[in-house]
Design a protein around this ligand. Structure first.
Ligand SMILES: Nc1ncnc2c1ncn2[C@@H]1O[C@H](COP(=O)(O)OP(=O)(O)OP(=O)(O)O)[C@@H](O)[C@H]1O
Ligand SMILES: [Mg+2]
Length: 356
């Protein structure tokens, strides 16, 4: 039975009915009551938060329905594959992190690829993005120490996930360069960079790639969207969400994604530089105590994230005049960071971060 109150949108009804029909399998109870609590619209999905009562107990869960942008069967196949990846990786990671100190995982409940839906138990905590924003006002102390430990655990989580797979393939720097240049061409088309700048960025890439160690080119499973909006934090414990984009990639892709997010706070005058450095250092330390951000492949991954940011900000239509102004401001910040990186490398700015 669906509890009265919040009315789920049409697409969710069939999913909830199926959960009820097979309640024995998913909840070990022959009858359950599902109460929709809240509905969220996201760019790539919509989510329904529900409470599921089975016997005397209750479970909170998220029903995530992936969105289709067209009726093209190829898109449906692509998104169906994402749904299946999301659930399969959630199951694997749930087993992988069980019992590891400070690492939590989302418990998978059900996957209905025909409805483009994945159902997971609610993980506790607050999004890392919000905790980071608040931390700008913290004057150090226990909460800030907890946040550093949480970021160290993000690094540890990444390391554990990278070890999860069997014999690795080789990561292709040629493909990385092509990927980067597609974005540079797009930026040229909207006149956001000059021909000389495009060339300078590619020259920087070519110079760095000559120094990439062969051992760094092992291909590993990557999350694909490891940003502060996809990590939940409780105290110093973390849960990583949103595993649909997991695929093979470079060992520094996820780490540098998180790194560039945190690092973007450096430009905010009200944020203590020392604190940003502690957060960055903790993230790197969790992954590898000896990792220096000046490692060539690390620097190339940072470059790629920065260019992707600039390209997104330059080409996605703004939602309002305020949004347009904000996007212009952010784009300027990321663009300046690209220029510094290409001119001076990672060493100059980040010397203080090189871990002992
Ligand atoms: N199992 C869960 N436990 C706790 N919160 C969850 C869970 N699943 C989803 N959420 C919440 O819903 C939000 C969106 O989920 P998710 O990141 O999987 O969707 P998305 O379509 O990828 O959204 P976005 O593109 O904004 O990242 C999360 O940021 C989180 O707040
Ligand atoms: Mg997400």
């Amino acid at each position: 039975m669906l509890t009265e109150g919040f009315v789920p949108t049409e697409g969710f009804v069939a999913i909830l009915e199926r959960l009820q029909r097979d309640s024995d399998r998913y909840f070990g109870a022959s009858t359950i009551a599902i109460e929709p609590l809240a509905h969220f619209q996201r760019r790539r999905s919509e989510l329904l938060k529900v409470r599921i009562r089975a016997g005397a107990g209750a479970v909170y869960a998220y029903v995530k329905r992936y969105r289709l942008e067209s009726s093209d069967p190829a898109e449906r196949d692509f998104v169906t594959a994402r749904v299946e990846t999301d659930f399969a990786v959630t199951e694997r990671i749930h087993r992988l992190v069980a019992g590891r100190e400070g690492l939590r995982s989302v418990r998978p409940i059900a996957c209905f690829p025909d409805h483009l839906a994945v159902i997971t138990e609610e993980a506790p905590g607050e999004l890392l993005g919000r905790v980071l924003k608040r931390s700008a006002w913290l004057s150090g102390g226990r909460n800030f120490d907890n946040l550093c430990t949480a970021l160290e655990r993000v690094g540890q989580w990444l390391k554990a996930v990278q070890m999860m797979d069997g014999p690795p393939g080789r990561f292709s720097l040629d493909e990385m360069r092509d990927y980067l240049d597609v974005r540079l061409v797009r930026l040229r088309e909207v006149d956001a960079i000059s021909p000389d700048e495009r060339q300078a960025i590619l020259d920087y890439f070519d110079e760095q790639r000559g120094n990439v160690a062969a051992a760094d080119l092992l291909e590993v499973p990557i999350h694909g969207d490891l940003c502060p909006g996809n990590v939940l934090v409780t105290g110093s414990e973390i849960t990583v969400l949103d595993l649909a984009m997991t695929r093979p990639g470079s060992m520094y892709t996820d780490l540098t994604h998180m790194y560039t997010h945190i690092e973007s706070d450096r430009t905010k005058r009200w944020v203590s530089q020392q604190k940003v450095e502690r957060l960055l250092r903790a993230t790197l330390r969790g992954f590898d105590r000896n990792l220096s951000p000046s490692k060539p492949l690390f620097a190339l991954n940072v470059l790629q994230h920065l260019i992707c940011k600039v390209a997104k900000l330059a080409t996605r239509p703004p939602k309002s005049r305020f949004d347009a102004a904000y996007k212009r401001y952010l784009r300027g910040q990321y663009h300046a960071r690209v220029r510094t990186l290409v001119r001076s490398g990672m060493d100059l700015e980040l010397n203080s971060l090189v871990t002992q």
